[in-house]
Design a protein around this ligand. Structure first.
Ligand code: CA
Length: 368
């Protein structure tokens, strides 16, 4: 008798499900959907100023899309830097659970987790394309989350700036000697490399860069790429614009989620967050690329900026010093060493493929 009832129940369910296939709502006879769906209201803090193009806009678009896709079951209120916490306090706020989500860049937490820098960008590191391969398919995401597990944080990529620019200089860089005593705003590992080359790295927030460069308090600064640099007005404060951004060849941006909050989400909402983050990563990366190419045209045509390539001798020296700086950091911290090894191992394989794919193609284009 009991068996028979179950048979009929299964049959009715199967028919109902078959009837739902066109994406229609289950009717009043629906069973599993009867329980009211749980709703979540989350807070997300970011490392960006309010209205900061691409970065803050991307975080806000991500939140809107999650809300839409979840039919309002997951609503994320986004707060710009300093509305709830400072730009560099995002990771701690997420870790402690005072907010559920954060958007920033992993190298901002280098003081707490030195190895986190590999999940944003390191000098002479991987480009956006190689980073995406490593993170999504090469074990990078697993390693990143293992690194953040003690902090009760889950991480996903949420954007990539692409190759940044080398920066704005008030004097030409023609040899390694020109780096001696060069006072340049360049944070993180890039700054350590410049220091090893005899330069004088300075830490400074974006808001102070124009004045410092214009008044000669600093000789040079890096910021992001043509689009963000143009908006900051750096073209009016320095003559020479150098490429490439050897210190940030593809800075990945980070979505940090409090692990306890993450685990409280039902599977479908987790999928929405994960897929929305992937979509937003592509959106922001291609947005950076497009806005940069337009801004580069404007810098050349409207402002007559000299766009110069760093001499090979300078790149070779900085690359060599980068290996030294990374080895020194690895000797200080076992996590840094472990992530560095995994990063370099994937990178070597990615480079071997790139040499006969993208790079060979670029050469073929130039050989006409
Ligand atoms: Ca930068």
């Amino acid at each position: 008798m009991k068996m028979e009832r179950r048979f009929w129940l299964v049959l009715v369910l199967a028919l109902l499900l078959a009837g739902c296939k066109g994406g229609q709502q289950a009717g009043s006879g629906g069973s599993a959907a009867a329980a009211p769906a749980q709703s979540f209201r989350w807070k997300m803090v970011t490392s960006w100023p309010a209205n900061f193009p691409v970065f803050q806009e991307g975080a806000e678009r991500f939140a809107r899309e999650v809300e839409q896709m979840s039919g309002g079951r997951l609503r994320i209120q986004v707060y710009a830097a300093r509305e709830l916490v400072g730009p560099l306090e995002v990771f701690d706020a997420v870790s402690q659970g005072s907010v559920q989500m954060g958007h920033g860049a992993a190298y901002y937490w280098a003081g707490k987790v030195p190895a986190a820098q590999f999940f944003s960008s390191v000098p002479f590191g991987m480009t956006a394309r190689a980073m995406a391969s490593w993170i999504y398919h090469g074990g990078g995401l697993e390693l990143w989350n293992e690194l953040y597990a003690p902090f009760n944080v889950v991480a996903f990529p949420l954007g990539n700036t692409g190759v940044q620019m080398g920066g704005w200089f008030n004097k030409k860089i023609e040899s390694v000697d020109d780096l001696q005593g060069l006072k340049m705003r360049i944070p993180g590992l890039g700054g350590k490399v410049l220091k090893a080359a005899g330069g004088n790295p300075v830490l400074m927030g974006g808001g102070d860069l124009y004045t410092a460069l214009e008044r000669g308090t600093i000789d040079a600064t890096e910021w992001v790429g043509p689009f963000h640099d143009l908006r900051l007005g750096l073209q009016r404060a320095a003559k020479y614009y150098y490429y490439p951004g050897w210190h940030e060849p593809g800075s990945m941006l980070e979505l940090a989620i409090n692990r306890t909050a993450w685990e409280s989400l039902p599977e479908d909402l987790k999928t929405i967050v994960r897929v929305a983050a992937e979509a937003e990563t592509l959106h922001m990366y291609t947005q950076f690329e497009t806005l940069n190419l337009k801004a580069l045209e404007e810098l050349k045509e409207k402002y007559n900026i000299e766009v110069l390539e760093f001499p090979p001798e300078v790149m070779t020296k900085l690359h060599q010093l980068t290996r030294q700086v990374l080895a020194e950091e690895a000797a200080k911290d076992p996590d840094f060493r472990r992530v560095h090894e995994a990063y370099q191992a994937f990178r070597a394989r990615s480079d071997a493929w790139s040499r006969i794919s993208d790079e060979a193609y670029e050469r073929a284009l130039q050989a006409e």
